[in-house]
Design a binder for this molecule. Structure first.
Ligand SMILES: C[S@@+](CC[C@H](N)C(=O)[O-])C[C@H]1O[C@@H](n2cnc3c(N)ncnc32)[C@H](O)[C@@H]1O
Length: 225
């Protein structure tokens, strides 16, 4: 029996080219960014944030626990936020303080480059650790836009297609990458997110029902509109 279960193989997740790449983020993993990765979290309550690939809102809802204002959008109607293709949407430059998301993996570079135009203060994405690799990605993204911080999860983040599931395990490593506009850094800081899942999980986090938030008000047309 061919049981090739090396980490290198298990870390890959092949998606059809036209896939929406719908892999919701467990809420504790988003809280980890806000608790350990973004600086003074009290200041966030005076800031705005765009989640431009919000899916069913599992990340956007947590962002609403910290940011004063959250705009949510997605190219597909998963039941949360407004409908918009982030790579095409008419969004003014520097129109929100932060852009935070778990982008579709195959478009993650394009998402970061677009987000760096839209955000005033910073951009953060959660991505598989292997997103750090490749000459092409270095040339297209990291050479001219090195992140301020790379934060590796020490615990595995159970991310699966189409639903939250707190009971599954995964062989895939994840990290937060954070870009900050107001610091010119020569090097990317590397840090480890301490074990925090137990601390940051809340009752109801794994309800897969769609959660609506104030930012889903149809009157809220998104940033810079
Ligand atoms: C990895 S899921 C993340 C969902 C959500 N951010 C979360 O963390 O729970 C990626 C999402 O990107 C959306 N998406 C794919 N292409 C997009 C595009 N061009 N513009 C906006 N959203 C897109 C998909 O519909 C999907 O909901």
């Amino acid at each position: 029996m061919n049981q090739n279960r090396s980490h290198a193989v298990m870390s890959q997740r092949f998606e059809p080219l036209d896939s929406l790449d719908d892999f919701p983020t467990p809420p504790w993993a988003t809280r980890a960014l806000l608790e350990y990765g973004i600086g003074d979290k009290r200041a966030l309550s005076r800031m705005s944030c765009l989640e431009p690939a919000c899916g069913a809102g599992h990340m956007a809802t947590v962002l609403g626990e910290y940011f004063g204002q959250v705009f949510s959008s997605d190219i597909y109607d998963h039941g949360h936020g407004t409908l918009a293709d982030f790579l095409q949407m008419n969004c003014q430059k520097q129109s929100v303080d932060w852009v935070v998301t778990n982008p579709p993996f195959r478009l993650a570079e394009e998402f970061v480059l677009r987000a760096l135009e839209v955000a005033r203060k910073g951009v953060a994405i959660i991505a598989r650790t292997v997103f750090l690799e490749s000459v092409g990605r270095y040339e297209r993204l990291y050479r001219d836009h090195p992140p301020a911080r790379f934060m590796q999860f020490t615990e595995r983040v159970p991310i699966v297609r189409g639903r939250l599931d707190g009971k599954i395990s995964t062989a895939t490593g994840y990290a937060w990458l954070v870009w900050e506009m107001d610091c010119s850094h020569l090097y990317t800081e590397c840090a480890w997110i301490p074990p925090c899942r137990k601390l940051l999980e809340r009752p109801g986090d794994y309800d897969n029902r769609v959660k609506m938030s104030f930012s889903d008000d149809p009157a809220t047309r998104g940033p810079g509109k």
